[in-house]
Design a protein around this ligand. Structure first.
Ligand code: NAI
Ligand code: MG
Length: 350
């Protein structure tokens, strides 16, 4: 029986709370495989205490583990001298080359949705956010002069090719439609991103490839989000659009994600540390639970062992059943069932 080493990084604020709600579920679904969890410190509060945001020992453990399960990191009042925030999740993406930020948005029956159109229940799309370059290549390198400031967008052939390939492989397992989201009408870097998309598309004749400008995409994600399958886009665009797609399915507390590279995978809810609800018991743990299911799928794919994949389906069905039964979280969705109630309900469905 295969054992997978999981590096757990709860981090700050509600990151700790949603991880606490998710680990018991992962304990319960281990059938035909096992998971060994080890927790490590990192994040804004750790930085405040020690001067280190991502200790070497934590990074090494993350690098060696079979997968990384991550809560949330960052705290608005804790900052570097240049005014930016502590964000080890960005360091991990760059250092482990987690180039594909996979952010599914699937409407779960029973969850109140912001769009009143009957088709809103059909929303089932994935934003693939390039996560190692784009405008974020400028992180820590921006130039501030007396009268102007500059950040530079970097798009490489290698970075684009691998994320487009990833998007096409993903679409092949889904509805076989990929939309490249860019601003190729204005920026040379974006025209380059699109050109490489077209080259990769030519290698996948069985998959429909479309283009859409990022501004029009923001519009159509509200007008007709059910028409999208896989969207692939630059880092900054993906950062923004994936918050929008999270809103379509009930908010950040419902939106899972995976940061995938050639060798490593990190799984985390899309949301941050939510200082406004920290310790209130109101954090919605669903996004973290669904991220854990994505982790199980990825472990299954990597190892060729089907058991974690079966566990992922059990976990997803147990989450869906909780919302089908009328349970709804208080802060984000206007219900009355907090972190612990959702955890207990999912546990009993397992
Ligand atoms: P946030 O995602 O923490 O919160 C935005 C809003 O959504 C807040 O009103 C919050 O209460 C609500 N919310 C978020 N997750 C929720 C959940 N599970 N259940 C119910 N409501 C939820 O984003 P914000 O406020 O912009 O950032 C707070 C801190 O988190 C900052 O320090 C930021 O840098 C960090 N951050 C970290 C991320 C990560 O670790 N990947 C991602 C985004 C922000
Ligand atoms: Mg963001």
């Amino acid at each position: 029986m295969r054992t997978f080493d999981i590096c757990v990084l709860p981090g700050d604020g509600i990151g700790v709370e949603v991880i606490e709600a998710t680990l018991p579920l992962l304990e319960k679904v281990q059938q035909g495989f096992s998971l060994r969890f080890r927790e490590y410190p990192a994040g804004a509060h750790h930085f405040k205490k020690t001067g280190e945001a991502l200790p070497d020992a934590t990074f090494e453990a993350a690098r060696r583990a079979d997968a990384i399960l991550f809560g949330a990191m960052g705290w608005p009042e804790i900052r570097y001298p240049d005014g930016t925030e502590i964000a080890p999740q960005l360091d991990l993406r760059f250092r482990l080359e987690l180039y594909a930020g996979v952010r599914p948005a699937r409407a779960i029956p029973g969850v109140p949705l912001p769009l009143s159109d009957a088709r809103a229940g059909e929303i089932d799309l994935v934003v693939v956010r390039e996560s190692t370059e784009g405008l974020f290549a400028s992180r820590g390198k921006g130039v501030v002069e007396a009268d102007q400031a500059r950040d530079t967008m970097v798009i490489t052939r290698r970075g684009s090719e691998r994320v487009h390939e990833f998007a096409f492989r993903l679409a092949n397992k889904r509805r076989k439609l990929v939309t490249c989201v860019d601003k190729a009408n204005v920026f040379a870097s974006m025209a380059f991103f699109r050109k490489i998309f077209d080259e990769v598309a030519a290698r996948h004749p069985g998959i429909e490839a479309r283009h859409h400008y990022v501004d029009a995409t923001a519009l159509d994600l509200v007008r007709r989000p059910w028409d999208f399958d896989v969207l692939v886009t630059e880092n900054m665009f993906g950062d923004i659009l994936s918050d929008q797609t999270a809103a379509l399915i009930g908010g950040m507390g419902m939106a899972p994600s995976a940061d995938i590279g050639e060798r490593h995978g990190l799984f985390q809810p899309c949301h941050g540390s939510a200082p406004d609800i920290h310790l209130s018991g109101k954090a919605n743990p669903t996004a973290c639970m669904l991220s854990a299911a994505m982790m199980l799928d990825w472990l299954a794919e990597r190892s060729g062992d089907a058991a974690p994949q079966q566990a992922a389906r059990r976990l997803e069905r147990a989450v869906d059943a909780v919302f089908a039964s009328g349970k709804v979280t208080p802060w984000d969705l206007g219900g009355r069932d907090g972190t612990r109630q959702i955890r207990d309900a999912v546990l009993s469905n397992l």
